[in-house]
Design a binder for this molecule. Structure first.
Ligand code: CP
Length: 311
């Protein structure tokens, strides 16, 4: 109970904003909500969540809205910035100061790195970062950690392979940063040379003395992994269409490649996928990305109930 009180009124801009005890509290609460669907059902009645999505989304926006509605609260917002006064040139600071007059919490996705931090500084209500450019996506990290915890039974002593667009992949940056705080973690970054993990992530992991390596071929790494975190090559982050076309099918996870993996390895993907996981892999019990999408709603319920002081 104390843990959830400590989250009251807090913003979540990047994974390091919450400590281990607070994260574990959220995961326990999410598990309780999953096991007892009636728990906290009316806890947010009378509260209002605003979702401001300056970039497209299916899972993050709808799971936040589903979470708020399941807690008995209400939602408003936009999924298309062209319908807001941002299209008339209003600054993000002014938009946030205005929306904070109407809502009890703001969930925002924005293409600019640092937008969520700026929003949190101008907001009188909690701001939850739903993705800021290629920077961070902390509630995807909550989703990923809860999925690993639920399916693997814990988040320690694991070798995690991150595969795909590690340069622009904000879900990778956030998860690597969060996993660095658990013991016995090894990370392998699998990408083409053009899409390697940014230096600031590499330096942070070196500083924390996390065992890390980098590779180009997924086939060579598969047998070593406990968790494979696949990502999409993101067309929207490329300046040059030719580069995107050259790199988009660099990795395709197939049933044949899965044969070389451990029997208890799990495959995560923040989704959406394009071609990087063949549909034939979906029927493999180790492919847990749709379960992951469901855990995302439970952990967002736990987060909203906590920051809105409804636990
Ligand atoms: N994982 C994720 O952020 O998905 P959406 O872009 O659909 O929200």
């Amino acid at each position: 109970m104390v843990i959830f009180l400590m989250l009251k009124g807090r913003s979540l801009v990047e994974p390091g904003d919450f400590n281990q005890e607070e994260l574990n509290g959220l995961f326990s609460l999410a598990e309780k909500i999953e096991a007892e669907p009636a728990y906290l059902r009316e806890s947010c009645r009378g509260k209002l969540l605003t979702t401001l999505f300056f970039e497209p989304s299916t899972r993050t926006r709808l799971s936040f809205e589903a979470a708020m509605l399941r807690l008995g609260g209400s939602c408003l917002g936009f999924a298309e910035p062209g319908s807001s006064s941002a299209a008339k040139g209003e600054s993000l600071a002014d938009t946030i100061r205005t929306v904070a007059c109407y809502a009890d919490a703001i969930v925002m996705r924005n293409p600019k790195e640092g937008a969520a931090l700026l929003a949190s500084r101008f907001s009188s209500v909690p701001v939850i970062n739903a993705g800021d450019g290629g920077h961070h996506h902390p509630t995807q990290t909550l989703t990923d950690l809860l999925t690993i915890r639920r399916i693997r039974g814990g988040t320690e002593n694991l070798t995690i392979g991150f595969c795909g667009d590690l340069k622009f992949g904000r879900t990778v940056h956030s998860l690597a940063k969060a996993l660095a705080r658990y013991s016995g973690i090894k990370m392998i970054f699998i990408s083409p040379p053009e899409l390697t993990v940014p230096d600031y992530i590499r330096e942070m992991l070196n500083k924390e003395e996390i065992p890390c390596s980098e590779a180009e071929r997924l086939e060579d790494i598969m047998p070593n992994l406990d968790v494979l975190y696949m990502t999409r090559v993101q067309r929207e982050r490329f300046f040059n269409e030719q580069d995107y076309v050259r790199l988009k099918d660099f990795y395709v996870l197939t049933a044949e490649k899965m044969e070389t993996a451990k029997k208890d390895m799990i495959v995560l993907h923040p989704l959406p996928r394009v071609n990087e996981i063949a549909a034939e892999v979906d029927s493999d019990n180790r492919a847990v990305y749709f379960k992951q999408a469901k855990y995302g709603m439970f952990v967002r319920m736990a987060l909203l109930a906590s920051v809105l002081d409804a636990v």
